[in-house]
Design a protein around this ligand. Structure first.
Ligand SMILES: *Cc1c(COP(=O)(O)O)cnc(C)c1O
Length: 460
């Protein structure tokens, strides 16, 4: 008999979970104004709010923390970390930052000027924010197929070369500057979908033809490398480290949120070979993040990150992770619950519009489904839908044009497949009574910006 699949690690330290009753959850959710960001973590049984900074570190990472060098300047921890980044990505210059958005802030402070245009395969919201805050424009150049949630494509995060060329040639024609292009791996915004090596190569070649450098937004670069190995011809026999090295051989620089594929709870960095960029970014690291050898992090954090990057570019670690996400997806297939297809690397996006058909869009179906799942079993997901989409800045009307999804992120090395079974069963229970759910939620109070974090709602 063939042996079944099993995790590539065993568990040494555990954190007890607390279950609650439906009555308790009813009260807590009411007190949280039907916004799951306002729940206390101890009121949550299984937390799928995000995969950012929520992973479990290994015994090697914890032991590396004990060797952290907390010197203000020139700490051994920095040099250990720098050596790993140089070896994995092939970049000479490395600047640590406290997280991904800080890396963006430091690099973009040097690179982005008013009136610039920055194309990207669906910029992450903080990336877009850091571009727009500098009065520049972020233009999405992801392939159109990514918008069709039911279409199965191996590399749905790819860049449309046609759309990209329009932006690049438009700059030469209309006189705007394109300081760089952002290539996000995996493409978070369209559901953690990977970008193929061929697409990375062609995207970079096209940008370079126009003299435009490429910055890789690298939060989930290792998951992307895993998908290249499994899905792209010619990469089956290559290691994850070889694939990652090739990915970065085409681009000019990287920003990274290490809270994802760095397997740490806090951290980020910038790396590049261009000395001018390094000198330019340095000027913004010191006032925003701190001296160049710590960049807002403790020495122990840098040590843990150095080990995490090395560990998470080994195949068994990634296979275990992606296997679990796909295991949950198969359960949902079994129960007929619709989600964005194919499942990506870090999360499932449940199609709330297709489930809560009786809840009008003005009553926020995905937010309603998020609440229902919490009430059902204490599972916390996150609305990626009409509340997140916010209002049109001119008309102040709600934007109902996009998708209305419930996102379930899977933290790395935290839950077992039994927890996946609970998530799937709870969703099935809600799905089975979907026709009885006819009313949603209404906004009672909202912030003028980024309302989804703090919005206060009432049940209708
Ligand atoms: C999380 C993320 C960021 C921002 O990183 P933080 O560490 O949350 O500041 C940027 N880009 C992508 C693709 C991300 O997933």
């Amino acid at each position: 008999m063939e042996l079944p699949f099993a995790e590539a690690w065993k568990i040494k330290m555990v954190e007890p979970l607390r279950k609650s009753t439906r009555e308790e959850r009813e009260q807590w959710l009411r007190e949280a104004h039907y916004n799951v960001f306002m729940l206390k973590a101890e009121q949550v049984y299984i937390d799928c709010l995000t995969d950012s900074g929520t992973g479990a570190m290994s015994d090697r990472q914890w032991s590396a923390m004990m060797l952290g060098d907390e010197s203000y300047a020139g700490a051994t921890s920095f040099y250990k970390f720098q050596e790993v980044v140089q070896r994995l990505f092939g970049f000479k210059y490395v600047i640590p930052t406290h997280q991904g958005r800080a890396a963006e802030n430091v690099l973009f402070s040097y690179l982005v000027k008013e009136g610039d245009v920055v194309p990207g395969n669906a910029h992450f919201d903080t990336t877009k924010g850091h571009i727009e805050a500098r009065k520049a424009k972020a233009i999405d150049v992801t392939i159109d197929e990514a918008k069709n949630t039911q279409l199965e494509l191996p590399f749905k995060g790819n860049v449309s070369l046609e759309k990209l060329e329009k932006v690049l040639s438009g700059g030469q024609r209309d006189g705007y500057r394109v300081p760089f292009m952002v290539l996000t791996v995996t493409n978070n915004t369209v559901g953690g979908q990977p970008v193929s090596m061929q697409n990375i190569r062609e995207t970079c070649a096209l940008c370079h033809q126009y003299g435009v450098p490429v910055v890789m937004d690298s939060a989930r670069f290792a998951e992307n490398a895993y998908f290249i190995k499994m899905r792209e011809d010619g990469y089956q026999d290559k290691t994850i480290k070889e694939i990652a090295r090739e990915m970065y051989s085409y681009v000019d620089a990287m920003t990274m949120s290490a809270k994802k594929d760095g397997l740490v709870n806090m951290g980020g960095f910038i790396a590049m070979n261009n000395k001018d960029w390094y000198e330019g970014a340095k000027l913004f690291c010191i006032p925003f993040e701190g001296f160049l050898t710590y960049g807002g992090l403790n020495g122990r954090d840098l040590n843990a990150l150095a080990v995490g990057l090395d560990e998470n570019t080994e195949f068994p670690m990634l296979e275990t992770r992606i296997h679990q996400v796909h295991y949950l997806a198969e359960k949902l297939d079994e129960y007929g619950i619709p989600y964005q297809r194919p499942v990506g690397g870090h999360a499932l996006f449940i199609d709330a519009d297709k489930i809560l058909c009786n809840v009008p869009k003005e009553e926020f179906p995905a937010q309603t489904l998020t609440c229902e799942l919490y009430l059902e079993a204490g599972i916390r997901g996150c609305e990626i839908g009409y509340i997140l989409a916010d209002r049109d800045p001119v008309t102040r009307e709600n934007r109902f044009g996009g998708l209305d999804l419930l996102r379930l992120c899977i933290p790395r090395r935290v839950y077992t497949d039994n927890h996946m079974n609970v998530i799937a069963a709870a969703l099935k229970n809600v799905y089975d009574r979907r026709h009885e759910i006819t009313r949603g939620v209404a906004i009672e109070w909202e912030a003028p910006l980024m309302r989804h974090f703090t919005v206060q709602l009432k049940r209708l």
